[in-house]
Design a protein around this ligand. Structure first.
Ligand SMILES: Cc1ncc(COP(=O)(O)O)c(C=O)c1O
Length: 463
């Protein structure tokens, strides 16, 4: 399996030598430059955003995020009417994002009690929630069944035992009140007994070309059940009077830049029989660097639905769960340069954020581009730089080998395509305060998550 190069490998791209249009191609669609040359995200001037909200900040172009959600929903609706796009919320679990994507008609995938609580607090219809996790606790599953979530994805035999036991508890037993929605018009409610609709997660023995840490469909994956075990789970669930087997789920990994493994995953679940629902997971790669060429949303949905049309029952409902490819391109991280150090033939541009707000680089070697936000793509060709963070690790790199136009302390640096997994993986290393999330639209900006304070850092401490 090919593993992406480490973070320190120089990016092959030269942002500063690109035409303005090409340079903006990694930023949210609609990004422009102001008359003074600075970037405008969602119509907002980066200098004004920094002055108003401070740095580092995670900017989200709200219009671009809505447009991307619509693209996904439309692509699936045209090719497979009646199917569902569910936002894999681990990619950006903040209530404003849950709310926005619910407004756009998407369902939600949650993988913890926390994500479930956020989704419900944001007003997500529980019937549109899909529950995941390879180690679902009693507490999580109880919250899920009490909320009457649409689907629980069975990852292991203990999930079956737990759910059956929890559903037999008095509060969940026969005659208990139920909204009865259960994802599809209340079919979870039969003769007074609530039956939780479930899917079985299948491990298809497929290893896509991506970083090992985000590959999930291979034989030795901790997720799901290999085909023979999946058959046993299916047989057990068919005999259950507490659980209603609606279908199968498969998710082979993340940041996958080719449609072929997704098609193989459809073939793998097709072998297991005929069901009303097939959840084909997420995993489409996002475009992080100028060299990345991920399939378009349409090409990806085309490949999946063509495979479904050939291999799955005609009336089956298809669910897809995009995370990264849904939210990445709408996000831009904005930093302030603290210092520029030229040493050992390298130029280190150190900014006021880093691995505390973007762990993708050190965790997966994900490469990002960067530009001076007020002089994007400067005509002079630029200087090859390593944009580094403020944390106490040499691995604290944001963008390696990028060409920046005469970077100076005080400059603003914009890192595009940071909408996915940066907010989720943000941390307090070096007691850094996590940055705000700022929605930008039509020239107006509004924080939807505030910056952490020093008081926040001590809030859980006990005397
Ligand atoms: C079950 C499941 N569905 C969907 C996703 C979303 O994947 P991605 O963000 O790559 O689209 C994940 C991510 O790990 C997942 O575990």
């Amino acid at each position: 399996m090919a593993v992406r190069p480490p973070a320190a490998a120089p990016a092959t791209t030269a942002a500063a030598r690109r035409s303005p249009d090409a340079l903006l191609g990694l930023f949210p669609p609609g990004t422009s430059t102001a008359p003074d040359g600075a970037l405008r995200i969602g119509g907002c001037h980066v200098g004004e955003l920094a002055a108003r909200h401070g740095t580092p900040a995670l900017l989200v172009d709200e219009g671009a995020l809505r447009a991307r959600a619509r693209r996904y929903a439309d692509a699936l609706a045209v090719r497979r009417p009646g199917s569902t796009v569910a936002f894999a919320s681990k990619a950006f679990p903040c209530t404003a994002v849950y709310r926005l994507l619910a407004e756009e008609g998407l369902g939600v995938d949650v993988a913890s009690g926390g994500e479930l609580a956020l989704a419900l607090a944001a007003g997500t219809d529980p019937a549109r929630v899909i529950v995941h996790g390879n180690a679902k606790t009693d507490e999580f599953l109880r919250a899920a069944v009490e909320a009457r979530v649409g689907l629980v994805v069975i990852d292991n035999f203990d999930d079956i035992d737990r759910l059956e036991r929890l559903l037999a508890e008095p509060a969940q037993g026969p005659g208990s009140p139920s909204p009865g929605a259960a994802g599809q018009g209340g079919r979870g409610q039969t003769s007074g007994t609530y039956r939780q609709p479930v899917l079985v997660r299948v491990t298809p023995d497929i290893r896509p070309d991506t970083h090992a840490a985000v590959s999930t469909g291979q034989r030795d994956s901790k997720f799901g059940l290999l085909v023979p075990q999946a058959r046993d789970a299916i047989a057990r669930l068919r005999a259950s009077d507490r659980l209603r087997l609606d279908g199968l789920h498969v998710h082979i990994g993340s940041q996958i830049l080719d449609t072929e493994p997704f098609v193989r995953a459809v073939a793998a679940v097709a072998e297991l029989g005929t069901f009303p629902v097939y959840d084909l997971g997420g995993g489409l790669g996002a475009r992080y660097t100028y060299d990345d060429r991920p399939p378009s949303v349409e090409a990806y949905v085309d490949a999946l639905t063509a495979a479904a049309d050939t291999l799955l029952p005609a009336g089956a409902r298809i669910v897809i769960e995009p995370g990264r490819s849904l939210v990445a391109e709408a996000g831009v991280s904005l930093y302030r340069v603290v210092t520029v150090k030229r040493a050992h033939g390298e130029t280190f541009v150190a900014v006021d954020g880093g691995m505390g707000d973007n762990l993708e680089v050190s965790l997966y070697g994900q490469r990002f581009e960067a530009t001076v936000a007020t002089r994007p793509g400067g005509a002079a060709g630029g200087e090859r730089c390593r944009v580094v963070g403020r944390h106490c690790e040499s691995g604290d790199v944001l963008s390696a080998g990028v060409l920046l136009d005469d970077p100076r302390p005080g400059d603003l640096i914009a890192v595009p395509a940071t909408g996915a997994y940066t907010y989720s993986l943000a941390n307090n290393y070096n007691a850094a305060r996590r940055p705000p999330v700022v929605f930008c639209r039509d020239g107006r900006s509004r924080p939807v998550v505030r910056r952490e304070t020093y008081a926040d850092l001590m809030r859980r401490d006990l005397p």
